[in-house]
Design a protein around this ligand. Structure first.
Ligand code: F6R
Length: 587
């Protein structure tokens, strides 16, 4: 993860880099730093904590510089591990992981070189110093060839003032060309501005930013011509619009986001390819994995197409069997998740047709896929995924219907059209969870239970709670609890049961009973009024009725809200939970 930026122009670099880093904070926020080059020396400011801690750096002079916001992989999140890392002539910022760092560090140590941080990144500055023979691009190419792993790097060299050298492998990097100024960043929003043309570095490419302009090079050093990528400026202005947190704003947008899914034109283009699909393999991580679990039920119920869902980090190292006529679906809000990309590439390499379901039109995933469907959720800033999850569900449900039609199955089309309106009702009803918060504040752990599609919603509700409130929590299949985990339930345990399928409700309620009998405080998210008032239940959110197959898109709303309110009550920042980042571009 981590975010990197670079600037070369006529303005002071530090304030431009600082603004860019603030827009990249979603990639990591445990420490940050800026280095600028001025009169043959580096001025460096690094701080532990958020980008805002760098406020003092803004007064640095120098028109050429690089910056970094970190999500720690190697070395604790402290100032000496913050980037940029400087060694002799070089200053380096790096996003990625250098897997052979240990060997390289030993090599450098054997030459008598001392390190000042615990990071894998610092080794890049040492290698550059060894490889430099008066040619920055040559040195960077040579150093890159010695690195195993992933990187997007930006480099300054005191011997070549007013030059920023860039390299990319398996971590995103873009270059911006404006009027008399050049930018580099991990992502477009950090450099997007009127009149700035943006160019994306491809795998293995290099670039040099000089006052004369930006030049791009292939891995063998030959020049590369590039076309600018299109981007939407409007999309790139994250504002809270009166809400206290981005997460709150993003949850409020869910009904509108769901209504956009009706107009996914790309689905029609995909339809002819669906006829031959005999099985589906979904790969994803975290919340997107939960979308996959929900989608599996719809694919199998509506289209009767066998569907496997695998956590991407397991799929990529699992030697998966990909039979002919497999549709692989990679689900990823960011389109940049390293494990999802690797799993998707593997599935495609083994013969699957690869479909990307993502929220980012120009992402590494869309570049890899045969087809892409866009969730149209709008930019999601809060680290905890909310609206993108609901949007993924709607899109995958529509895909399930399209697959069913392609397979000649009869479906009751139209049920999904009501979902946006029902989501408004569900969001209103879900406000009641504020009253549940005190029961979670005194708890040591919480449980979320469900069966069928409700189990998938329970998993997501639990992930949301632990992610932003830091309260240990388990999402559990209601019938599985008694096989061990029930031992954890006591009088302090809040249990949230999701109950939207009448055919399964009584069975789920048996499990609820088993927790109630051990003193648990039971809360219900249900579409079934007959359960809402049961004696065992402390409080219920009654949702509007909908097809149980699609119910997670509604039942997750109160669960997202619950996580949000518990997080605030515990004094956390729900937009930036500790140890996490929005875009997980490392393994
Ligand atoms: C949880 C969350 C993460 C992401 C996961 C995958 O709220 O946001 O679990 O879902 O890191 O990210 P994407 O969807 O960008 O591939």
């Amino acid at each position: 993860m981590c975010g990197i930026v670079g600037y070369l122009g006529n303005r002071n670099a530090a304030p431009v880099l600082f603004e860019g880093l603030k827009k990249l904070e979603y990639r990591g926020y445990d420490s940050a730093g800026i280095a600028v080059m001025e009169r043959g020396a580096f001025s460096v400011v690094r701080r532990a904590g958020r980008v805002s801690e760098l406020g003092g750096a803004v007064s640095l002079g120098g028109k050429c510089g690089i910056g970094h916001t970190r999500w720690a992989t190697h070395g604790a999140p402290v100032e000496r591990n913050a980037h940029p890392h400087c060694y002799k002539r070089f200053a380096v910022v790096h996003n990625g992981i250098i897997e052979n760092e240990h060997l390289l560090r030993e090599e450098c140590r054997a030459r008598g070189e001392a390190f000042s941080s615990d990071t894998d990144s610092e080794v890049i500055a040492h290698l550059l110093e060894q490889d430099y023979e008066g040619d920055l691009l040559g040195a960077l190419r040579k150093t890159a060839s010695r690195l195993v792993g992933s990187y997007a790097v930006a480099v300054l060299c005191l011997d070549e003032p007013d030059v920023i050298a860039l390299a990319r492998r398996a971590s995103p990097l873009v270059v911006g060309v404006g009027e008399g100024e050049l930018f580099a960043a991990s992502d477009v929003p950090a450099i997007a501005a009127a009149g700035v043309r943006v160019y994306a570095l491809e795998e293995g490419e290099f670039a040099l930013l000089r006052r004369e302009g930006a030049s791009f090079y292939a891995a063998d050093g030959s020049p590369v011509r590039k076309e600018p990528v299109a981007y939407d400026l409007e999309d790139d202005v994250p504002e809270k619009k009166g809400y206290r947190h981005f997460m709150e704003k993003e949850m409020a947008e869910i009904p509108l986001v769901l209504s956009r899914s009706a107009s996914v034109g790309e689905l029609a283009a995909l339809a002819p390819s669906l006829c031959g699909v005999e099985r589906v393999q979904i790969v994803a991580c975290g919340t997107a994995y939960h979308s996959g679990l929900c989608a599996k039920r719809a694919f199998e119920a509506l289209a009767r197409v066998p569907t496997e869902v695998t956590v991407a980090s397991e799929y990529r190292y699992g030697d998966p069997i990909v039979p002919p006529h497999t549709l692989a679906i990679a689900v990823s809000q960011s389109g940049e998740t390293a494990d999802t990309l690797a799993a998707a590439e593997l599935a495609r390499g083994r013969g699957a047709l690869l479909l990307a379901v993502t929220n980012v039109r120009y992402s590494s995933l869309t570049a890899l896929a045969d087809f892409s469907l866009f969730t149209q959720a709008g930019r999601e800033i809060a680290v905890a995924a909310t609206k993108s999850f609901n949007a993924q569900l709607m899109l995958l449900y529509r895909l399930a219907e399209a697959l069913a039609e392609a397979k000649g199955k009869k479906i009751h089309a139209g049920a999904l059209d009501f979902i946006p309106r029902l989501a408004e009702e569900a969001a209103r009803a879900g406000g009641k969870v504020r009253g549940w918060v005190p029961h979670f504040l005194g708890a040591r752990a919480a449980f979320f239970l469900g069966r069928g599609a409700d189990y998938c919603a329970a998993l997501e509700g639990s992930l949301k709670l632990k992610e932003i409130s830091y309260l240990p929590s388990e999402g559990y299949a209601a019938g599985e609890l008694k096989h061990g985990t029930l031992a954890l339930v006591d009088r302090t345990t809040p249990v949230v049961a999701v109950l939207t399928d009448r055919a399964l409700a009584e069975k789920t309620f048996n499990a609820v009973h088993e927790t109630y009998a051990r003193g648990a405080k039971v809360f219900l998210v249900t579409t079934l009024p007959e359960y809402a008032e049961r004696d065992e239940v402390v409080s219920s959110v009654l949702l509007p009725e909908c097809d149980p197959l699609f119910s997670p898109v509604l039942s997750v709303l109160p669960l997202q809200a619950l996580a949000y309110y518990v997080s605030i009550a515990r004094g956390n920042d729900p937009d930036k939970p500790r140890n996490l980042a929005k875009s997980v571009t490392v393994e």
